[in-house]
Design a protein around this ligand. Sequence first.
Ligand code: GTP
Length: 527
Amino acid sequence: MQERLERERALEAGGAVAAGQGEAAGGRRSIKALTAGILAFACCALLALEAWSNWHARRLQLANAGITTVNTARALADQAGATFKMADTVLVGLVDRVETDGWSRAQVDELRALMTRHMKELPALQGLFIYDQDGRWIVNSAGRAFDGRNNADRDYFRHHRSHPGRGVHVGAPIVGRTSGAWVIPVSRRIERADGSFAGVALATIRVDYFRAVYERLDVRRDGGIVLALDDGIQLLGMPFAVVDVGRDIAASPVFARLAAAPRDGGLLESAGQGVTRMVGFSRVAGFPLVVSVARSKDDVLANWRAGSVAAGGVLVALIAGLALLGRQVMRQIRLRDRLERELLATKAALETSNASLASLAYLDGLTGLFNRRYHDLALQREFQAARREGLPLAVLMLDVDHFKGYNDRYGHPAGDACLARVARCIKACLPPARALASRYGGEEFALVLPATGLAAALALADAIRDAVAACAIEHGGAPAGVVSVSIGVCAMAPQAGGGEAADWVRRADAALYRAKAAGRNRVEAAA
Ligand SMILES: Nc1nc2c(ncn2[C@@H]2O[C@H](COP(=O)(O)OP(=O)(O)OP(=O)(O)O)[C@@H](O)[C@H]2O)c(=O)[nH]1
């Protein structure tokens, strides 16, 4: 029974520890998972935020660069338009004058003076000229007569001679015959009153004039500016190269797309020579001209790229910081887990040793039965319960017969072994419910049997006496030649019998005394 008691206590302690450990392990797992989840989420959120803001900044940079490029192209188209318009206005005045007043000697002098004034006021002009119907030089802004020269071979002259229209004509760049510089010819046809061809008025605009304007604009590495005729003849391009002046670019992929683009300008993307460019373009109002401004996409995105690299560095540092923090938190959780486990193990060990100590405090070391201290406590408890419930209570006092003689004959260690065997006989006879056997002292044992009347108690006492006899423990000093026991029994209800718990022991003891006196190896009931 005491074994059962011990086992139950150990099971209780073990169960509590296991349950505690199970709960703690579950808690630890969920805290670890939560921490890892929060850190992973934070890292993903940071990456997503950085990716989005990077993508957004790139879009913004490209959009702004696109707007700037198109605006620059429009501003340059306006500037070109104003320059050509100014030259044309001068031509209109000259043509009107020649058609009205002719070119008598006096008129020629006046025209030359007028041309000289225009040249002073308009720095874009290289020269002003009037040719007759055969291409001969009639008057020019250079202030000298170039007799004998003829410009009938020039494209603009041939154009006006064969086209009766009165509109302005802008031609491909040519090298001027007076200046030797590259110029853009702007011309108008002179007619007689009958509409027949009478000559050409020409204004030449210096290519260098536009070059100076364009060179002030910074289109950065791989960028450029082009001023071209609608038919694809380039007037000039930046970066400037003389070989590009008058070059036909009609077949280039960008120009082909420009021809199909809206007249008021816009933005194209072109790729060539390993560079992707944003091309803003605008047509020149009133003239067959187009201006395009190109910027390398790489160059446009340079600032964005530098910003992205810096932000990426900060992000990597942030994620590394989070990872370190996470590692530290995990380490703390693991440390706490280990301490918790050790604490639980210590608690379990303590509870187990407490249970063992409690058992030891109430057990007899030699026989394994309860000791006298526990017997007294249990007797008090069962006595109160029997009194409360009105049930009988039985107490048996058992003593080994002639035990002094046994010790003397076989020695004290054999006497100990004999006592242990008698205890096993008692245990084997105990009824399962609440019966309690203890070593009362020396070779004397006591049994407390709750809810047990006299008949049942006597029967149990006889069974124990028989069991000991059946063990046949040799005892040369006893009359029967084997070890025997004498038992005194006291069984009654506390309410009926009156007195205290100790009276049950006293009465059983008295009965035992009578059993001894009556010859031993017998059972006697209290009176
Ligand atoms: N071996 C051993 N002997 C014990 C122990 N406790 C008490 N004894 C011995 O038990 C003997 C008890 O002897 P007595 O009280 O004279 O009684 P008895 O010889 O059994 O004679 P009756 O009881 O009249 O039959 C003593 O010699 C004690 O020394 C013990 O734990 N071990």
